[in-house]
Ligand binder design. Structure first.
Ligand code: XMP
Length: 509
């Protein structure tokens, strides 16, 4: 296992990904973690991440200096290297020449981190500080034209530092450098697979839960389905899932999910039909945040009432993923402003004193999909695109009525059919339609129409933090538009959303 200390770099998740691609397990920890905690985990190595601070500034993040006495190899990247230098008695100062972007790196020797890299290689830099004096016992192992200490090493102690970012794609031999660190220096074994993860996690769930009961809010998405499978494998019928049909789902979705989940998962599932109360509560509401709050509250009430019927439930399971955890524990306290109040099974049901089980909390989305496949989850569920908790309510812009929900449902069904048939479904993070609150003039046959406009949104993304609008082929867009206007009454114009996130968000509300 490798421990990654998070000094706030935007690339932290990438470091974790690179390590896991080598089939080595890793965990990202905040700088508040202690050397004692790390010792207890017995990691093979530690990686100190980069970060936006300067080490000589007041309040720059630091981790327990005791980590340098654990006898564990340590790799510092950018700010992580500066922290290592500063703590071990060297000096870091503002560089006379800042370095952003590509830089040709010359390695002094082809060993250690640089074994098999060649003398010259392209790296990616992003720093305004440089190392002026090395700590005792360190030597320079690579330089660039602007940065004398582009890499350093104390081979005896197995401490290494690199000024560049080996985790980004732009560093040509970055993966090899990370492999050298993990396998040659730390002695890790490439043994972390989804099969071993599943086996260990099932074991842990059994230990934690014992013979108590667990409740899980099932949405039909891949995260909650995989969570259900894992927990079911661990405790069988002591798991009860609750599926709330809020009337804001896609066409036929509730029925399809019901069939699929029931037959496939063979798990105790309670389906709660509550469309009427959701739609009533949303009547005449057009503010996006109010919609989200109302839906969150209704969901909680329905879920709680159902959960209270289950006797002896001690645990609530959630499909929380790693990016959510990293966000909230970042060195700088996570997101500072609420862009949208996301709703999942947000808080715990109030009246029940439940403990949390989050078996996916160290996984990324694509790892959850892999795990789903390993557990034998239906392909359709494994590859389902994310669908927001508030459902179509945040895609009918403005006031929600049953009629408008119906129009959007029909439009969305056509879109889904076309996207699936084109082979794009799995390539896209999400593809969906939005019903706009304005009308436009059109002509159908010989007559004037004055009807609704829908926007099509299709994005690619790795984790929803950033997203790009998908360059769908014009022919496909043409088919989608033709079919929607011909087949769905009430729509006479289709537009395509070409905004990325940021500055836009994926959903419109
Ligand atoms: P935004 O619109 O903020 O969305 O770019 C990022 C991702 O989150 C999904 N999303 C939600 N998921 N509950 C959810 O479970 C929510 O309230 C919610 N709002 C947005 C969105 O579909 C995208 O994948």
């Amino acid at each position: 296992m490798i421990v990654i200390i998070d000094f706030g770099s935007q690339f932290n998740q990438l470091i974790a990904r690179r390590v896991r691609e080598c089939r080595v397990y890793c965990q990202i920890e905040p700088p508040t973690v202690t050397a004692e905690q790390i010792r207890a985990w017995s990691p093979e190595g530690i990686i100190l991440s980069g970060g936006p601070s300067s080490i000589y500034e007041k309040n720059s993040p630091r981790v327990d200096a005791g980590i340098f006495k654990l006898g564990i190899p340590i790799l510092g990247i950018c700010y992580g290297m500066h922290f290592m230098v500063d703590t071990l008695g060297g000096k870091v100062k503002q560089a006379s020449k800042r370095e952003y972007g590509f830089a040709a790196l010359t390695a002094r020797q082809q060993k250690g981190l640089f074994a098999g890299i060649g003398k010259e290689t392209v790296t990616w830099m992003s720093h305004g500080d440089s190392i002026e004096t090395l700590p005792k016992g360190f030597t320079i192992s690579a330089s660039t034209a602007n940065t004398k200490v582009a890499a350093m090493a104390s081979t005896r102690k197995k401490f290494f530092g690199v000024q560049f970012h080996p985790e980004v794609e732009h560093t040509a031999k970055g993966r090899k450098i990370i492999r050298n660190y993990l396998f040659d220096i730390c002695g890790c074994k490439p043994s972390w697979t989804m099969k071993s993860f599943a086996r260990d996690t099932v074991e842990q769930i059994r230990e934690t839960v014992g013979d108590k009961k667990v409740i899980l809010g099932l949405s039909g998405g891949v995260d909650s389905s995989v969570t259900a499978l894992l927990i079911h494998r661990a405790i069988g019928t002591n798991l009860t899932c609750i599926f709330v049909d809020n009337g804001l789902l896609r066409k036929n979705e509730a029925d399809q999910l019901k069939r699929k989940l029931k037959s496939h998962l063979k798990i105790n599932i309670r389906f709660v039909k509550s469309a009427t109360r959701f739609i009533k509560a949303l009547s005449k509401v057009s503010d996006p945040e109010r919609k989200r709050k109302i839906i969150g509250k209704e969901f909680m009430d329905v879920f709680e009432a159902e959960a209270l019927k289950i006797k002896d439930a001690d645990f609530l399971a959630q499909g929380t993923l790693y990016p959510d955890i990293i966000e909230s524990q970042s060195a700088f306290g996570g997101p500072t402003s609420v862009i949208k109040s996301h709703h999942n099974v947000g808080g715990l049901p109030k009246k029940m004193k439940l403990k949390l089980v989050e078996p996916l909390k160290y996984l990324f989305k694509d790892e959850v999909r892999k795990l789903g496949r390993t557990l034998g989850l239906d392909d359709d569920l494994v590859w389902r695109q994310p669908f927001p908790g508030p459902g179509l309510a945040i895609r009918v812009i403005g006031e929600i009525t049953k009629k408008r929900l119906e129009v959007l449902r029909e439009v969305d069904a056509v879109l889904q059919e076309e996207i699936r048939a084109s082979g794009y479904y799995r390539k896209l993070w999400q593809s969906f339609a939005v019903l706009l609150p304005i009308k436009s003039v059109g002509i159908m046959g010989d007559g004037r129409t004055y009807e609704n406009i829908v926007a099509i949104r299709a994005v690619t993304s790795k984790d929803a933090m950033t997203a790009d609008w998908a360059r769908l082929p014009h022919k496909l867009l043409g088919n989608i538009s033709n079919r929607i206007i011909n087949e769905v009454r009430g729509v006479n114009r289709v537009v395509y959303d070409i905004s990325s996130k940021p500055p836009s968000t994926i959903e419109w509300e």
